[in-house]
Ligand binder design. Structure first.
Ligand code: PMV
Length: 325
């Protein structure tokens, strides 16, 4: 059977950086995110007895390392379905991949839902999240709708994602700013394994549970300023761990820093806008919808900005009827 799924990427306000179990991808702490309406991956999967190997095309390219990760994920699904048939996978991103916009989150969420369906299985949202997590941790947060928590569990069954609020709950926007098309030189999965080398890792770990609790509180109060201050400090703290890991992880480029400084200035002039950054140079600007136009106009004045993608809170992963092949 052939199946196609569409998944949003997500931006974490409280982040996942470090694992307590590598094989199962169990994070050292819980995290909180929002699905992004305009960073989407669409993936079609078909299992076919005529294939000798899995065939994987992502954005029309056949990249060995990514193909291997996809095949390993298909193996998990084959084992659950009790089949041994190879698959054709075609995937397409609506945004640049590999520059820090979390294409692995939307990619593995779409792959999970499409492949599970194509294998003839029927899983609950929680089961899909648990499975997606094993492909790429943050992918589990792209399965449920809207604002999502990935629970801090010690077993595979207790480390899943669920919707804290639906997309329409809060009118906040993530304005994604692409500052260069360069691919990051250390992939996220590899970067995650260096966390323990930072002298700040344990310090950060000590207050992650409290930060997550606060973030959920501010979200339920819709206290945007407190929420924004917290998410920006959280991003800088995660990058402090990255910068002090060995070998160091420096994901920022000059454009990233220039933008961080501009945002601080805009805020001093009274605009409520905050930033967060993942493993890459691109910057996510978080503001309320009432300020989106003002912020976008300011961004258009900056010559180093390559692309601006406005995102609203979005639904999670869905099956769709238009196949890619
Ligand atoms: O799921 P991964 O292995 O791509 O890791 C995601 C890591 C961050 O984007 C930096 C943080 C997060 O929680 O999304």
């Amino acid at each position: 059977m052939k199946a196609t799924a569409q998944a949003p990427s997500n931006i974490a306000f409280i982040k996942y950086w470090g694992r307590k179990n590598e094989t199962l991808r169990l994070p050292t702490n819980g995290s909180l995110s929002m699905n992004l309406s305009n960073l989407l991956t669409t993936t079609t999967v078909e299992f076919s007895p005529t294939l000798k190997e899995d065939s994987v095309l992502i954005d029309k390219q056949n990249i060995e390392r990514e193909g291997k990760r996809v095949s390993e994920h298909l193996d998990r699904i084959r084992a659950l379905a009790g089949i041994n048939i190879k698959a054709k996978v075609v995937s397409s991103n609506s945004f640049p991949s590999g520059t820090g916009l979390s294409s692995s989150a939307s990619g593995f969420a779409a792959l999970t839902v499409a492949a599970v369906t194509a294998a003839g299985l029927s899983f609950s949202e929680k089961e899909l999240a648990i499975l997606a997590r094993q492909g790429s941790g943050s992918a589990c947060r792209s399965i449920p709708d809207g604002f999502v928590e990935w629970t801090d569990g010690d077993t595979s069954e207790t480390s899943y994602a669920y919707s804290v609020h639906p997309p329409e709950y809060w009118d906040i926007v993530d304005i994604v700013v692409v500052v260069s098309q360069e691919k990051k030189d250390v992939p996220t999965s590899e970067g995650q394994t260096r966390v323990g080398t930072s002298p700040f890792a344990l310090l950060r770990q000590d207050h992650m549970a409290e930060k997550l609790r606060l973030a959920k509180n501010f979200m339920s109060q819709k206290n945007f300023v407190a929420f924004g201050e917290l998410l920006e400090r959280e991003a800088l703290e995660m990058h402090a761990v990255m910068l002090t890991s060995y070998p160091p992880l420096i994901y920022w480029t000059p454009g990233t820093l220039r933008l961080m400084k501009m945002i601080t200035q805009w805020r001093a002039s009274g605009i409520e806008v905050y930033f967060t950054i993942n493993t890459g140079q691109d910057v996510h600007l978080i503001c309320q919808q009432k300020n989106q136009e003002k912020v976008t106009t300011l961004l258009h004045e900056l010559d180093f900005v390559k692309e601006i993608i406005g995102n609203y809170p979005a639904k999670g992963t869905r099956l769709i009827v238009q196949h890619l092949f």
